[in-house]
Structures are given as C-alpha cells and as structure tokens.
Design a protein around this ligand. Structure first.
Ligand code: SAH
Length: 397
C-alpha cells in the first residue's frame, strides 16, 4: 500500500491537478473523477492526500463508493483522528454557545460547516439525535468517539440515530435502522422562540424537525397579521409562530402524521389552528381560483431540485406556488417564501419570484432576505453548505 512521506502508516490517495485546484480554492471535496490512484485505501479510511508528484496536501476521509471520494479534514499532518474529532465537536458546541438564542433545540454539528464532514448532530432539549452521512463517520471507532464526546458534553437522557437509507446505499454501507443508541427516552418537549413543540426522536422527517427554519419562524411572526396560511406546514413551525399575531391560521401538508403532531403542538400552546391534509399544488389552485384571500402566506416546500437535472422542473414548481400565493394575498400582505434546494441559487430564486409577480401584476418589496439559522453555518469556500433561502416580502396592491 503506498503511503505519504508525512504519514508512512496511512494509505495515500493521489489526486489530479483539477482536484488540487479545488482544494486550493478552499473546497474540501475531491470527486472520484479527480482521483488518480487510491490503491488499497479501505472504505472510510483516514488517508494522506498528495498531488501527482507525491507532494503532501493534507489528510482526508475516504469513501470508496460516493462520487465525493475525499473530504479533507486537515491541511497538515494528523497524529490522532480521535483527538481531532473530540476537539471539533467541542468547538462546534462552543460556537453554538455564542450564536444560538431562545431555544433548547438546535443543530450542534453541521457536517462540513463544522469541519466534521459526514456528521450531523441535533439537540432536542435532553435528547441528542445524530445522522451519519459517510463511510468514515460510520466506522466503529469513530462512532464510539462521537457518542462518548457527546455524552461527556451534554449528559443527555438519550442519544438516537436517524438513518437515511438512501445515503447508506450510496455509501455502500450495510442497512441499519433508526433507533436509540443510549438511554430509553424517545420523546421530549422542545421550545423555540417561546413556542413549544413535541419531539419524538424516532418519528417524522429529517432528525425530527426543521431546525434550520427556527430563526425564520421568529422573523416571519413579526410581520404576521390578519388571516394566515402556512403551506407545507409539517409540525406547524411557522403556523404556531404566526398564530401569535394573526386572527386565524390554516396549515396545509400532505402528511397526516405530520398534521397529527401539528395538532398536538397547537394544543400544547393553547392555539386553535385549522390543519388541512392536501396536496399543496391542488389546494392552492382551488383556493386561488375561488378567490380566497389571506394577509400572510408561508411557502416552505420540500427540496424540489435534488440534483442539477431536476432544476427546471423545480423552478416551474416554485413559480407556480408563488404565483398562486401572490394572487391570494390582500394588498399589503406578506409572503414568506422559502427554498431549501442548494441547486436553486439565491439569484435564481429571486428571478422565479420576479417572474411570478410579473405574471400576476403584483409589486413586491423585499423586507428580509434570509437563509438558514446560525446553527447551520455556511462555510464560504464550500457553497454546498448554504442551501436555505427565505424571503420575507411585502406585496403591494
Ligand atoms: N415548514 C415546515 C417544513 C416543511 S418541509 C417546518 O418549518 O417545519 C416540507 C413539507 O412538505 C413536509 O412536511 C411534507 O410532508 C410536505 N409536502 C411534500 N409534498 C407536499 C405536497 N405536494 N403538498 C403538501 N405538502 C407536501
């Protein structure tokens, strides 16, 4: 097995000049097409990276299956991976202590955004929930280190793992089911901006909630008034916040379990909200055709563009939703429109809304141009870490 001059015991991976160029730009990924040789590097190994001449470029975590073959974790030598992982988890926690406010539910580790590629950790009050995205993070020793460090730092009542089967398949990892790794508590109550929610570690989408929208809930609530419609409401994150300042709120989602949880959440907060199980496209079409009007509308659809190929279809979807919502807003109404597809750029998203507004002859002013919450930090040189767009717009006559 070839090894780097700096670290004779580690497998070496040689990358092309295009790969080197990418790292020089500050990115941390090298694609499989830029791997010149990875002879003998086992799946998920810590590897030394070199250019074609053998010059050392740093240390990385290797995947034998993903298109992203290499994720850099250190530009220099690395004597002990466990120490590095522990330090980075502690640094991620310290960062949250500076930027997270008014909640006991937030992302503790955001993969590349926290220099821990392949690892997501969310805190939901006394329950921690983690997700593994790569071969390297899935190794027994790495898992052990992560769980031990999280236990030391938080002393949680339970730690749960949420598995995304699609990701495990892409990484060619053996199938595994979601479950508790430690402790026996699966449910708890969380609070965001003073609004309370039920949390169940083994139910729902993602790790259970959309924490990336937490600050946008509070922002949107400031401008809400009159009648509000929360489209793609899930557990009612926006709806429950809007309810503080609205005369009536309706939430729409196609998932019945999500709406059942939303109803439990409205009871918990003493709010009366109408939840409607429907396909948002059909419902908006019917409502806008029949002349329904609202003062505040939130659109927070799932990621329509999962890859570059589906971008056009995604943009058409966003345009349709925004167009219908604009038709339904009373003069002076507020539209809160989100997109969580990384492949839809902030400029592309603005363009879609501009087109929709032009088609329905509405004039829009941007009140706030927002993104993901601060506990999901975007790393400037890794644009993929930025994905959420949330525009708060005032819609004129
Ligand atoms: N606003 C939510 C997150 C929305 S995630 C929050 O802040 O928590 C997207 C939601 O859209 C999911 O709850 C999913 O069930 C729902 N969904 C997906 N396709 C849908 C469709 N065609 N019509 C209505 N809801 C849909």
């Amino acid at each position: 097995m070839p090894s780097t001059p700096d670290s004779p015991h580690l497998p070496a991976v040689k990358i092309s000049s295009r790969g080197v160029g990418r790292l020089k730009q500050g990115h941390v990924w090298v694609y499989r097409s830029d791997i010149v040789a990875a002879d003998g590097a086992p799946p998920g190994a810590l590897v030394g990276v070199t250019d074609e001449r053998g010059k050392a470029l740093g240390m990385a975590l290797y995947s034998s299956a993903s298109q992203i073959a290499i994720r850099m974790i250190s530009p220099g030598k690395l004597s002990n991976l466990e120490t590095l992982l522990r330090e980075r988890i502690r640094a991620a926690i310290a960062y949250r202590e500076r930027v997270v406010r008014d909640t006991d539910a937030y992302r503790v580790v955001f993969s590349e955004g926290d220099f821990l590629p392949g690892l997501i950790v969310d805190r939901y009050n006394d329950i921690l929930c983690f997700q593994v995205l790569t071969q390297a993070i899935d190794t027994a020793s790495t898992r052990e280190t992560i769980i031990s460090e999280l236990t030391d730092c938080f002393h949680p009542a339970a730690i749960a793992e949420r598995v995304d089967p699609r990701i495990r398949e892409l990484e060619q990892l053996p199938a595994r089911s979601s479950g508790l790794i430690q402790g026996d508590k699966t449910g708890t109550l969380i609070s965001m901006n003073g609004v309370r929610f039920h949390y169940d570690a083994l139910e729902g989408q993602k790790t259970g909630a959309f924490l990336d929208q937490r600050e946008n809930y509070a922002a949107a609530a400031q401008y809400a008034r009159g009648e509000a419609l929360d489209v793609f409401c899930y557990h009612g994150g926006f709806a429950l916040h809007l309810a503080q300042h609205s005369s009536g709120v309706t939430g729409v989602d196609s998932s019945r379990p999500a709406l059942e949880q939303a109803e439990r959440n409205s009871l918990l907060n003493g709010r009366e909200i109408e939840w409607i199980e429907a396909n948002a496209f059909d419902l908006l079409k019917d409502y806008s055709a029949s002349g329904r009007k609202y003062d505040t509308i939130v659109l927070d659809p799932p990621a329509f563009a999962k890859n570059k190929q589906s971008l056009d279809t995604a943009l058409r979807g966003y345009k349709e939703l925004n167009l219908r919502a604009l038709k339904m807003l009373r003069p002076g109404g507020m539209l809160i429109s989100c997109s969580c597809s990384h492949h839809v750029s902030p400029a592309g998203f603005l363009e879609v809304i501009t087109q929709a507004a032009r088609d329905v002859h509405r004039t829009i002013r941007i009140v706030e141009n927002r993104g993901q919450a601060r506990d999901h930090p975007m790393l400037l040189t890794v644009p993929e870490t930025g994905y959420l767009k949330c525009l708060i717009m005032h819609v004129n006559a």
